[in-house]
Design a protein around this ligand. Sequence first.
Ligand code: FES
Length: 157
Amino acid sequence: MIKLRINGRERSFDGDPETPLLWYLRDELDMTGTKFGCGAGHCGASTVHRNGEAIRSCSTPMRDLAGKTVTTIEGLSPNNSHPLQIAWMHANVPQCGYCQTGQIMQAAALLKKNHNPSDKDIDDAMSGNICRCGTYQRIRSAIKAAAKDTAKAGGIA
Ligand code: FES
């Protein structure tokens, strides 16, 4: 039995410990905000947080999550009020939208560590998150806007 906390709620997983976290999220918990992309951890579509760090849920087995805290896009904020979610809406970032939850979760992990990221910081942090629609410029603008709003508000959640 693997016990972990997902979006603030205790969970117990008693399946195959090699099961990827993404399978558990989508198929058992019905949290479908996190997406399957390449399935090998290279595209970033399945990004969630483990103890605040961005990880690829498609290639993280459940055995690596015992006692950990996981946050998915569903748990990033109670009502889509995270500064990144607001900035994403204002900048109309998504096109097809498929990659965007992974992009936001990756960006949220960046802003937790770096409240005023440069273009290079953003490029370095986001380089593993692929967008086939090419929304990279708007992603960068939204991250900068969120960082500015966060600084005005005195910190990030
Ligand atoms: S918005 Fe379509 S893949 Fe990124």
